[in-house]
Every structure is written in C-alpha cells, then in structure tokens.
Design a binder for this molecule. Structure first.
Ligand code: PMP
Length: 396
C-alpha cells in the first residue's frame, strides 16, 4: 500500500465498522419491509442506525434522516426534489461557482428544466461573497445550495451566515457537508439548515451509502419511484449492511472528531510550513486559516500537477491534483478559475488530503520527496526561468 494522501477521494473503511457490518451480510440480512421476526430485527437495526445518524448532526428527530446510495444521490434528491416541490413558489435557485461537480451539473440540469440558476462568486481564497449572495436573491428564489467547504481548496464557507440570510427570506438552504463532515461538527440545532448531504465513506464507513437530512416539515419530491420506503421520498429496499456501517462510522466519528481533527491540523500545518519554506515559487491555495484541518492544496509555478502526481507515484505516494470526480478532464479546475487564477497557474496544483490513517512519517516522507521532484520537473520545463534554474544549480 502506498503512502495514502488522497482521503478526499476515498477513505479506508474503519476496521471497527467492518466488524459491526459482518453480521448483516448473511445472518441478519432480512428486508425491513417483511412482516416476520427477521424483518422486525431488520427494522430495529434500520431505526437504531437512523438514530445514530440523527445524533451525528444533532437532529431532534431520527425521522429527519433519509438513507440514500451516497452523496451524489442526496444532492440530486435535495436539488431536484426541492426544486420540483417548490415550483409553484418560484423558479430561481442559487448555487456557488465552486460547488462539487454533482451540484454544478445539477444546476445545468435544472436550467434545462426551466429553472433559473445563479452562481454566487467567491473571493481569491475561495470563500463565497455574502453581499453578492444577498444581491442575487429575488422573490422567485426557492433554494440556496452552498457546500460547507470546498472539496478542492478546503476553504470553509460561512454556513451560519448563509443560514441566517436564507431563514430571513424564507428560502430553503441545502448544504453538501461531505468535504467537512469528518472534521467539522454539524449541529442543526445551533445552525439551522433545511437539507444536508452526508456520505458514509467520508467518515470511514462503506461506500454506496449516504443520507439526506431534512429539517422537520421540509419535504422533497421523490426522484426514485417505487415501493415508498423512507417516508415515500426514497424508494428501494434499504441497504441495511451499508447503513449499519455508516451508523457505526458516525458514532465513532462523533466521539473521536475533536482529537482527530486537532491532530490532522498539526500534521497539515507542518506540511504547509515546510513546503512553502523549501520550494521557491510555491503557494497555498484556499484560505490559510478558514480551511479544512486535513486539506493542503498547493500550487507550483512552471510545472503541471499531473506530472507531479506521476513522479510522486514512483515514490509510492498517492496524492491528487484536485477533485477526484473531475480528475479525468484535462480542463483547469473551475474552483481555481473562479478564485481568479490564470489557466496556467491552475494547472500546477497538488491536493494533499490527510485522514485517520495518516502518520507523521507519511508527512515527513512527502516533505523529503516533494522539493526534489518539483525541482526535477522544473528542470525539464521550458517555462522555468533561467534565474531559477541557476539557483537550483548553485545549491547542488
Ligand atoms: N460532494 C462532495 C463534496 C464530494 O467530495 C463528493 C465525492 N466524494 C460527492 C459529493 C459525491 O460523492 P459520491 O461519489 O460518493 O456520490
């Protein structure tokens, strides 16, 4: 296994979660819809799991949680479901310019369905401009969807302020909390939010399961039609094994998050300090302070992020250039462009995302390897200015 520093793309399932799930593959495998005793056992575990996810976000009612197949589905249910439900009230939706690709593409989809979608701009640190958000709101606005944090550059968004603005205007507020759910506590009784997207894997649970939190009284039109499970809003037999794992992961995360994020922050800061000090013409993307404790997003002049990932691969280090969901396109990151970076600047990025299995020795290894690899690529790059090459030769 490599030195794994791509936790924002995928995370290992915690072994305590795997242990908890085992029983539900072939012993307690019944369908909660069945009326026999085994069905009752499945219903019990489904509802106990729902309680655990509700606790994770401090929701007063377990019924505020709907289980889905993951974050993409939760985002679809939130945006399409809320838009269709509120169609008679208005046809305007606000997202941000730096949303995850699933939200950006939902914006385009809703435009094709006749909705008007505005994209609020961000500052150079990747934080949305609240004054711009307020100006975009009209009498037709029915939904605001802005993530809790950028899944790329790690900037934390002013969720409490967005919630206040939305509430004052009587507009639904949805947030995709996937990027921050492992490091920033969610408390819907402190910061009221109408709809929240959650993912199991991003808190070390299994993939293929997620949830949508819906504040009491908020309803969405279903996007999957069938047997009427999950209060009629998400049909399909519940993935009990996955849900049990998700709930266990949430329970562990609630308990361990404060210590874990403190530790991640220390490792992240060590990495950022060392890289910016040792590599000339290197920069940190995103807000230096208001950022995810496990995210370090760098930019290096004169080289391509993809080449850097491949050289790190030779050293058995796994990192990314940006969001995994957009990594197959060679286009510059929409987030970096929205932050005002030039195309050539946006191409030289490295996203390092830490997690529960990251050790200090992993960070030390990256600190040891990265400066030499950046230097090697710069020596091959026609873009590197002669003064920098000369400097590199002098310190040989
Ligand atoms: N939202 C965010 C912020 C993400 O980072 C991701 C990918 N991990 C998703 C949504 C989509 O998640 P999934 O592919 O598990 O549906």
């Amino acid at each position: 296994m490599s030195i794994y520093l791509d936790n924002q793309a995928a995370r290992p399932v915690d072994t305590r979660v795997v242990d908890e799930m085992l029983l539900y593959f072939n012993e307690k495998f019944a369908n909660p819809a069945s009326l026999h005793c085994d069905g009752d056992i499945a219903t019990d575990i489904l509802e106990t799991s729902r309680e655990k996810i509700a606790k994770f976000v401090n929701a007063p009612n377990p019924s505020d949680i709907l289980f889905t197949s993951g974050a993409t589905e939760s985002n679809n249910l939130a945006l399409i479901g809320a838009a269709m439900r509120q169609k008679k009230k208005g046809n305007h939706i606000i997202i941000s310019e730096i949303e995850h690709i699933s939200i950006l593409n939902l914006g385009k989809y809703l435009e094709r369905q006749g909705f008007r979608v505005s994209r609020v701009s961000v500052d150079r640190f990747g934080i949305i401009k609240l004054d711009k958000l307020e100006k975009l709101i009209t009498d037709e606005t029915i939904l605001i969807s802005i993530s809790t944090a950028s899944n790329e550059v790690g900037s934390l968004q002013p969720t409490a302020e967005i919630s206040r603005i939305a509430r004052e205007k009587g507009i639904l507020f949805h947030t995709d909390a996937v990027a921050s759910e492992s490091v920033v506590p969610i408390d819907v009784q402190k910061v009221p939010i109408d709809l929240i997207t959650l993912s199991s894997n991003d808190i070390y649970g299994p993939r293929g399961v997620g949830a949508l939190y819906l504040k009491k009284g908020v309803r969405v039109n279903p996007i999957i039609i069938g047997g009427g499970q999950e209060r009629g809003m998400r049909s399909g037999s519940e993935n009990i094994t996955g849900i049990v794992g998700f709930a266990k992961a949430a329970e562990i995360m609630k308990e361990e998050m404060p210590k874990e994020s403190e530790n991640l922050k220390k490792l992240r800061d060590k990495l950022i300090k060392n890289i910016l000090e040792t590599i000339p013409k290197s920069y940190l993307n995103g807000d230096p302070v208001k950022r995810l404790p496990h995210n370090a997003h760098f930019r290096f002049d004169y080289i391509e992020g993809e080449s850097l990932i491949l050289t790190l691969k030779e050293h058995n280090i796994a990192a990314a250039t940006g969001s995994a969901c957009s990594s197959k396109t060679l286009e510059a990151s929409h987030t970096l462009i929205a932050m005002g970076l030039l195309h050539e600047e946006a191409h030289g990025s490295l996203l390092v995302s830490l997690g529960r299995t990251t050790r200090e020795s992993d960070i030390d290894k990256l600190i040891e390897v990265l400066p030499n690899q950046v230097k090697r690529l710069r020596k091959l790059s026609p873009l590197t200015p002669p003064e920098l090459l000369k400097k590199y030769d002098e310190v040989k």
